[in-house]
Ligand binder design. Structure first.
Ligand code: SF4
Length: 71
C-alpha cells in the first residue's frame, strides 16, 4: 500500500487492486501522473477535487482520509 499525504489529506493506493482503467490519470493528470515520481502529487489540486477523483476509481485501489476535520 502506498500513501501520499498533505496536512489535510491522505490518499492511499493499492497497486495489487488497481485494474489500470486509467480514470485517475485521464481525468486529473495534475495529481495522477505515472510519468512522475511520486506518481501522485497530493498538492496538485484542491482536496475536494482529489477526493472526488478518488471516489471515481472503479476498483477501489484508491482511498482517502481527510485529516483536517476542523475545516
Ligand atoms: S482509477 Fe483506480 S483502477 Fe483506475 S488506474 Fe487509477 S487507481 Fe487504477
Amino acid at each position: 500500500m502506498q500513501e501520499y499525504k498533505s496536512d489535510k489529506l491522505v490518499v492511499r493506493y493499492d497497486p495489487k487492486i488497481c485494474i489500470h482503467a486509467g480514470n485517475c490519470v485521464r481525468e486529473l493528470p495534475a495529481v495522477f501522473d505515472i510519468a512522475k515520481e511520486p506518481w501522485i502529487t497530493i498538492r496538485g489540486a484542491p482536496t475536494e477535487e482529489i477526493v472526488n477523483q478518488v471516489k471515481r476509481c472503479p476498483s477501489g485501489a484508491l482511498s482517502y482520509e481527510i485529516l483536517d476535520k476542523d475545516r
